[in-house]
Design a protein around this ligand. Sequence first.
Ligand SMILES: *Cc1c(COP(=O)(O)O)cnc(C)c1O
Length: 734
Amino acid sequence: MPNLPLSKAEVDVLVAGLHRVATNLWWTWDQEAQEIFAELSPRGWTNLYHNAVAILREVSDYELRVRLQDRLFADRVRQVVQAFDAYLAERDTWGRERAPALRERPVAYFSAEFGFHETLPVAAGGLGILAGDHAKSASDLDVGLVGVSLFYREGYFMQAVDANNWQTEYFDRLNPANLPIEPVLNAAGQPVTGEVEIAMSRVKFTAWRVAVGRVPVYLLDTNLPDNEQTFRDLTLHVYGGDSSTRIMQEILLGIGGVRLLRAVGVQPSVFHMNEGHAAFLTLELLREKIAAGNNLTEALAQTRAECVFTTHTPVEAGHDRFTPGLMDYALHGFRSRLPAPWEEILGLGRIDPRNHSEAFCMTVLALKNSRAANAVSELHGRVSRRMWHCLYPDRPTDQVPIGHITNGVHTLGWLKGPVRRFWRRKLNGGAEEKEAAPVLRELFRLVRGQPANPWKRLLGEPDFWRRLADPAFLSDEEIWCLRYRLRREMIEFARRRLLLQHERLARGDFIRFDALLNPDALTIGFARRFATYKRAPLIFQQFENIVKLTRDRQRPVQFIFAGKAHPRDDAGKRYIQHIIHLSKYSELQGHLVFIENYDIHVARTMTSGCDVWLNTPRRPLEASGTSGMKAACNGCLNLSILDGWWREAYDGTNGFAIGEDAHVDHVEEQDRLDSANLYKVLTEQVIPCYFDRDEQGIPRKWIQRIRRAFTTIVPQFNTGRMVQEYTEKYYLTK
Ligand SMILES: *Cc1c(COP(=O)(O)O)cnc(C)c1O
């Protein structure tokens, strides 16, 4: 058949469609869309860090039109655009059926950070990633939700390790033209602006809109010529500067955020504070209600009825506290607009309202002004109830009104490309698969009962995963082959990164980067913020023993680490320094590497490419943790202290536990015990299981654990389940 040229009109439709897709983050969880952008400019895809908007700027309009004359390519583009439009147009959604009230009056979800994708690096860590995944799942479910945050034009810091192995920080300015964000405009096409009172000034802001599927997220921006430079720089960095910058950012987020929503005509039915940073929003709600004629008591009751709050950490430093002096200063202008006794307002942030010297705590403010509050895992719920019992002295600890909803991840977004392609082929696949076992035919029937993109909508179904993980559908060999492929992709990524890291230091020593790491070794990964309670170097307390494990030619083990320390956390930086030092100068050289600049892409690559995901927090300080969930959906097994989510997920068959479901309170004793237990489980369970190969060379028992991880972890620890729980327990019930 001749390849008929596409008409100009047909090409116009595809070009416009592709631009629509690029500016909606939906493409970040759609494999086919990503493959189109990557194919348009393979090198650009890598160099521009997987940025669809930038790719469409890199490729000229003329080139794009010519490239679309490739019929097959044009067909794929058409399918992606159709899939996108179908996604936006879906009617038979969970949200329409179960939460219609939120369509008219959505949830306003406030978070100081959102982590969506590596091209928009405005998250500092797990809190932001969780917020991003919350928004993506709200979109998938079609739950009415709008996000509110700040546009940090230099984002979170980039990590570069210097010649002394010391973390240094630098920033890259983001270019809005190259990002999937658009200015928020009014009906006249002018930027929507608002104003907040900060200290003695009136600070103007505008906003950007990020389209996350169906969910809009608004990012406030004070970088306007009308503002003094200090206020223009308020939205420079995520959690930038000292406590004075911090409180001002939080005033902008909470108070400015409410004003922005009013300005764009969104009337939320509930305000969800993702961590205490956003709690000043309750003061703006109070102000509105008093201005509408209510007295303070009425206004407080109405505000409480509209707000819910999620607390995210038992670590003291994670709870913002501001001195009375700083409160007076930073809220000076706002206070004059709030006709209520200031001492009473300050009392809302104090455990003892009459104690004038007590610092103002954002968590206390959020708890006092919410109708419901929750922690992020069962154990964290228990710990939080004890932690905040002081606010409810009349009740027994277990009656403190803080529940829990365990965190999750947006599964599709965290599947590595080869894994998505693997399932795509297996599920939409060729003839040979359709003739497979009855279990498969049943699976297709289950799948076919669903509309477009069927398997993607089943990712949260336990039954679906049970069938997927059935050996009649999926062989050990296929799983093992996929695992090899993912490990190799990560190792090659690591080699490239290490070469670049090395070149930056411009050192003469010669290292064969292509020989670093062994694709046949049991690869243990650890990547997260280098907060000291996460105890990154714990495994190296048994240094001599660990060296022996890496030297074992029959059963080699290797380690790959990544993570950023907070810029002012010297103890965390010393942990990084220690690990990099070991990687370069100890007997672990070649068996241990540290990848700089941990971010979403590094996280996706490592959680999919490693065999074992190590987590050694000092229990019970890991409120939930989520990276282990990313690991599980890619077939990487968890090896973790029974803290946070893992305490709930581990069942003896789906990964490995370090120690017991208990902990001692003495810190040194705990470290000693945990390190001994870690070594024990590693040598007695993990390594023997991994290297127990049958005559075909397959580690059957290991793969059985992967199957168990698929069936017991993935359908449970995802944000689809999580957002449903928030909707039913917190958003819809008063
Ligand atoms: C998932 C993720 C985190 C959070 O992981 P934890 O297990 O909670 O420590 C932090 N940073 C990045 C970049 C992530 O992708």
